[in-house]
Design a protein around this ligand. Structure first.
Ligand code: FRU
Length: 495
């Protein structure tokens, strides 16, 4: 039975998406059907299609009572909207259906697990959100909430953990046919932990153990965990709130964290060996991964960040929120590497190539411009003994606006800067990252899709992502060096 609340959302989204022109959206990044989008939810492959659900407030371009939006795709790049899947319409989720995940049951139905939220008045006067885990079962289009919801609540928490911060279940099915899920939680020390739960049938869940404790190392509450094996290693992805900066690795506020280590299946013990940011840019948060039918681990994140996304008005944006590119991830030299999903190469057209171009001062190259672009650059110093000071690529550029990525080899720092992108808000516009390089040799791959830039550094060793809502007519690209640089460049339009 579809509730009144869900019916209203479905009617509303269908009517209001017509006001958004196709050219005012990104092309191959999934954006919200209408209104507001945050985290990817229920990212899965089901009945021959990729499914992406998302945190969704259809009624305006700001966060509000959370629904689950829904879209499907054959290639993860061309998306088709489906009617909203979940609405906050039950006593246990009346203030929001927060993030969660999806799996296929042996009988062919799709199972969603999400966080149900209810606001509870506190003695002190304010409200706190009580969070529990809930299920819904469906056929890839319509979903029925489970009669015994919630399936996990405060009784299933380890001692001292908060019932107000218990969210974002990510499930998977094990080879033996049983199920596991990881959930973000806040222990008594006020920082984060990841809890592991197990189930025989997907419906009855029990607490297994604390998989990883933050111990106040990386921010506070850990949101949106994902846990999987990759290239023989165990990987935990999570998005910590309230981070303090650590060098150029982690920045203030909401961040992303990847822990890599070993996992002992007998005892469910994770031994941490390495930590790093997932993305080093401005706008990337709460990623989820799937295993594709051909065995690739693919990750998509919310291409915004809580600290930088509140400044827009509903007049400026009929829609707000988009997903990152799907990225194939792998482990190399003990680190997380990312590459744009290979299907993107099928969208390439109009190859333009230049080899060994001298860059000193500003250089524009015939045929190199656009806002839907895949561009690979390789740079090196003209004189190995006299390395350049700075090299930059400017894009989304016209006489007034530009966004840039620049590299200073002597500091080994790569910086993305959207200060001049047209933003009128005093949010963060720049971010820096430490980069490995040999004497100023650097490889960059830049993917533009109207309102975003994703920069893959040195074959995916690091990625910097940022949105820029510059007017579409600003489609210039130029190269600039302080010192003398040589550059190979290959550029494609993405259509
Ligand atoms: C992360 C998050 C999740 C929560 C959702 C609410 O971005 O805060 O922890 O489930 O957003 O929309």
């Amino acid at each position: 039975m579809t509730s009144q609340t869900l019916r209203e959302a479905r009617t509303y989204e269908e009517a209001s998406e017509k006001f958004i022109k196709k050219e005012d959206r990104p092309d191959f990044h999934l954006s919200t059907r209408t209104g507001w989008l945050n985290d990817p939810n229920g990212f899965s492959y089901y009945k021959g299609e990729y499914h992406m659900f998302y945190q969704y407030h259809p009624y305006d371009s700001h966060w509000g009572p959370m629904h689950w939006g829904h879209a499907v795709s054959k290639d993860l790049l061309h998306w088709e909207y489906l009617p909203a899947a979940l609405a906050p319409d039950e006593y246990y989720d009346r203030d929001g259906c927060f993030s969660g995940s999806a799996i296929e049951l042996p009988d062919g139905r799709q199972l969603l697990m999400y966080t149900g939220v209810i606001k509870e008045r506190q003695k002190s006067g304010g409200f706190c959100e009580v969070q529990t885990q809930c299920l819904a079962v469906g056929d890839g289009r319509d979903y029925e909430k489970y009669e015994n919801n919630p399936v996990l609540d405060e009784k299933d928490l380890p001692e001292g953990s908060s019932r107000f911060d218990f969210r974002d279940p990510k499930m998977w099915r094990k080879e033996d046919g049983t199920y596991c899920c990881v959930i973000g939680s806040r222990p008594a020390d006020g920082s984060g932990q990841i809890l592991l739960y197990t189930s025989e049938d997907g419906f009855h869940w029990r607490f297994k153990k604390i998989l990883v404790s933050n111990n106040n190392r990386f921010g506070k509450m850990w949101e949106c965990p994902d846990f999987f094996m990759l290239d023989g290693k165990a990987v935990l992805l999570t998005s910590p709130q309230d981070m303090l900066p650590q060098g150029f690795e982690y920045h203030n506020g909401n961040g992303t964290l990847c822990l890599i280590g070993d996992f002992d299946e007998e005892t469910d013990t994770f031994t941490e060996q390495h930590n790093q940011s997932i993305d080093y840019g401005i706008d990337f948060y709460a990623p989820q991964t799937i295993l594709t039918p051909d065995g690739r681990r693919v990750m998509i994140g919310w291409m915004q960040n809580w600290d930088t996304c509140g400044g827009h008005t509903d007049q400026e944006h009929l829609w707000f929120g988009q997903m990152s590119l799907p990225r194939e991830i792998f482990i190399k030299n003990g680190r997380l590497y990312q590459k744009p999903i290979r299907e993107l190469e099928d969208m390439r057209s109009g190859r333009v190539e230049y080899q060994s171009v001298p860059v000193a001062g500003t250089v524009n190259l015939e045929g190199i411009k656009g806002r839907k672009v895949d561009m690979e650059l390789s740079i090196w110093p003209e004189d190995e003994k006299n390395v350049y000071h700075k090299f930059s690529v400017r894009f989304a550029q016209n006489a007034q606006y530009q966004t840039s990525v620049s590299f200073r080899p002597k500091e080994s720092v790569l910086k993305i800067d959207r200060k001049f992108s047209g933003s009128r808000r005093a949010v963060i516009h720049q971010r820096r990252s430490k980069i490995k390089h040999e004497n100023g040799r650097l490889k960059l791959r830049l993917i533009l899709d109207q309102f975003s830039a994703e920069i893959f550094v040195n074959d995916g060793e690091q990625v910097m992502t940022a949105t820029m809502y510059t007017e579409r007519a600003a489609d210039g690209i130029s190269f600039c060096a302080d010192g003398e640089v040589r550059m190979d460049v290959v550029k494609y339009d993405l259509i």
